[in-house]
Design a protein around this ligand. Structure first.
Ligand SMILES: CC1(C)S[C@@H]2[C@H](NC(=O)CCCC[C@H](NC(=O)C[NH3+])C(=O)[O-])C(=O)N2[C@H]1C(=O)[O-]
Length: 351
């Protein structure tokens, strides 16, 4: 059955709530058939008092994991690697457990510890200590393997940035080509994503962009402008820069078979529930969200200092939505912003 029309009013209400809870601004873009809705409010730059608009670029955080997965799945389709082989087959320095497969990494079932738990335990000090740092993949992997694993390989879903840092290392070692080149040649150029880039270890966001504002753990203190950073702590797990139009086109193109063959797409989209009521699931580098009107949407969320992102599309790619609020370390804003999914795909207002 056809989807209800998007509710612009409901999107605006969500954005208003996000701002009431501390976001300087928010943007949402919905692409539905031939219609586009560009909705925004608040400020993109609080010092310059520049208004937010829905075309501005921003850091997408873990939405980057879906880009990395596309590169990996293209290589699998080219016969360059086997998803069910041990990841150690393709790595220069082995992980502590040969039983960890490439598929375990893509589905967050490896059990590898997430080094960001320690790195960002104290939010602003942690951020300030790494914002200009450049890490090698191996340094990040070593931070993880210094800890015991969360679970035996394949035994549980335990989300970890480490998995996608290992995949970046694996792809570069296997091909001898940097991730930046893979992203550019395999994704950004074919889809003409002119507002999407991977500039690691550069710290600037080029062109019209939203500045990001990190909330301190002592919430009585002012927000910290976190716009410029290397995101070297994230790289293939979190360092892509994009905008709402490009993310909508990326996910719509992905599910429409324009980026990976059907055999690989079907594996990416085969979802395993990750919460008790089954409304949230994870496939390979892809999240699933089952909404109140019965539709399941596919995409990814992102949290990087100063930016929350939701970027999802319907299974047929006919309707896509990206929302961003330019703050982070604020769980209420993150949860509230998720209400744009219901507004965009079910036309409903979240209570
Ligand atoms: C699973 C998530 C939520 S966390 C993971 C990744 N982002 C990070 O790992 C950054 C974590 C620290 C971010 C920081 N928080 C703190 O420092 C807290 N002490 C803040 O809020 O800016 C991403 O993006 N993913 C999200 C995802 O996939 O949705």
């Amino acid at each position: 059955s056809p989807l209800p029309n998007p509710s612009v009013t409901a999107v605006l209400n969500v954005q208003k709530q996000a701002m009431a809870n501390g976001a300087p601004g928010a943007l949402t873009r919905i692409d539905s058939g031939t219609s586009s809705y560009r909705i925004s409010r608040g400020q993109a730059d609080t010092a310059a008092h520049a208004a937010m608009d829905a075309d501005r670029r921003f850091r997408v955080g873990s939405v980057s994991k879906s880009f990395t997965t596309v590169v990996l799945m293209q290589l699998a389709a080219e016969g360059r690697l086997d998803l069910d082989a041990s990841a150690n087959t393709y790595l220069p320095k082995p992980l502590p457990d040969d039983r960890i497969t490439v598929r375990h990494l893509l589905s967050h079932r490896s059990g590898l510890w997430d080094y960001t738990n320690d790195m960002f335990y104290y939010t602003v000090p942690g951020f300030e200590s790494v914002r200009n740092k450049v890490f090698t993949y191996q340094e990040l992997i070593d931070l993880s393997t210094a800890h015991k694993v969360n679970n035996e390989p394949g035994a549980a879903h335990s989300y970890s940035n480490t998995n996608f840092v290992v995949l970046g290392r694996l792809i570069e070692h296997l091909t001898g080509v940097p991730m930046a080149t893979h992203y550019q040649q395999r994704v950004f150029e074919p889809l003409k994503l002119r507002n999407t880039s991977y500039v690691h270890p550069g710290t600037a966001i080029s062109g019209s962009h939203a500045r990001g504002y990190l909330r301190q753990d002592d919430t009585t203190l002012p927000l910290v402008d976190s716009t410029e950073q290397t995101v070297s702590w994230g790289q293939s797990a979190g360092a892509v820069i994009s905008n709402a139009a490009d993310l909508n086109r990326f996910f719509s193109s992905l599910v429409s078979g324009k980026l990976v063959p059907q055999a690989q797409l079907q594996q990416m989209m085969s979802m395993v529930p990750v919460n008790s009521d089954g409304t949230q699931s994870y496939g390979l580098g892809l999240r699933g969200r089952k909404l109140s009107c019965g539709v399941t949407v596919y995409g990814h969320t992102g949290t990087v200092q100063g930016y929350y992102t939701y970027a999802f599309t319907t299974a047929d790619g006919k309707r896509s939505m990206t929302s961003m609020a330019n703050t982070s370390n604020n769980g209420t804003v993150n949860t509230v912003l998720g209400g744009t999914l219901e507004a965009a795909f079910c036309g409903t207002t979240v209570a």
